[in-house]
Design a protein. Sequence first.
Length: 239
Amino acid sequence: MHVTKKSRFEHAWTVGVVAVMGVANLGLWFDAPVFEAILQGLQFDRAAILNGEFWRLVTGNLVHWSVEHCLLDVAAFALLGWLYEPAFRRNNQKHSRRQRQLWSLPVMLLVTSCGVGLTVLVLQPEMMIYRGLSGVDSGLFAIALMFECSEAKNDGARWWYVVPAALVFVVKLGFEVTTGGMFFGTESLGDLGQPVPLAHLSGAVCASACFIARTITKPKCLTTMSPQYVTQSQSIVTS
């Protein structure tokens, strides 16, 4: 007996976020008051946040300072999302329905976005305006690394590229936090705004914490089934 389910678009969240950022950043391409108002209304604005506009802690990650800044951040997000969202969805099936909702990729990225915004708000009081997705990109890269580490337990060949990538990532974060500059020298690519290394570190830490919490959470769908029930289920499927 074969049971088929209607498959979902495995890159839905990646495409959705990229589309939202495309709309949010139209003001970078078109000089129109309405598009500029969108940029102003979504950016991290310290004074506005302290006056109650808390959504800016998240939406400040969606808008950018220039076309180059936007393309660089969106390209990194789109590449990582396209590569890892399908694998993350499949891996998440090991958890119960409630846990899949709690530790889904969009929820983890939302928590990471909040963490980045709060870090800028609390630890960089001199920064009045902030824009950029690089902190969330760092978080998504951290999730990708930790996912690869979890998969490497069953596929030792993955360690050959996971370990060097993790080392470079840690060195990058350390260099940026201690020097205040960009590790890859991306300043030469155009107007990317003021570098905010703490946003990159915060994104990586928040995303890693979410992934660790997801990993140590026991999947109820696997722990609550008795061996007898599992055996009976397998016999029904194979019949």
